[in-house]
Design a protein around this ligand. Structure first.
Ligand code: ZN
Length: 136
């Protein structure tokens, strides 16, 4: 049994997009909170209470709670991981055989699998056979 991992390009792009937007949201939230909290002794809890209390003004168009933005960023990050994981498909290929062709004597024969190097059963040369056909 062979294991083949094939990745879907569209899924990877989508996952990457979610990841970038999610990271941008999180960075925006923390950056805004970081600039606005007073230099208190307990930075983490000050940061947290600011995020929970404050609104975020997106270019004067939409006003969101900072906590929503944080939540959205977190959701997008987890979504990106799921999409990236799902875009990897694993195939199990069992059985089957291939038709190999000798580049010297041009004879073909069937083999269990494609080989980088093989001994041609006709001319007995050690050759790199080319795969001409796949049987399932
Ligand atoms: Zn040959």
């Amino acid at each position: 049994m062979h294991r083949i991992i094939r990745t879907k390009r569209s899924g990877q792009i989508l996952g990457l997009l979610f990841f970038l937007v999610g990271v941008t949201f999180l960075l925006m939230v923390f950056w805004k909170a970081w600039l606005n909290i007073p230099p208190a002794s307990d930075t983490l809890s000050a940061l947290w209470s600011y995020i929970l209390a404050e609104d975020f003004d997106l270019a004067g168009l939409i006003t969101l709670k900072l906590s929503y933005l944080l939540l959205t960023g977190g959701i997008l990050l987890s979504l990106s991981l799921i999409v990236l994981a799902l875009s990897r498909q694993i195939f199990y290929v069992s059985g089957g055989s291939v038709s190999l062709k000798c580049p010297y004597c041009r004879n073909s024969w069937r083999a269990r699998r494609a080989m980088g190097w093989a001994e041609c059963p006709f001319c007995r040369k050690f050759i790199q056979p080319t795969v001409t056909k796949k049987y399932n």
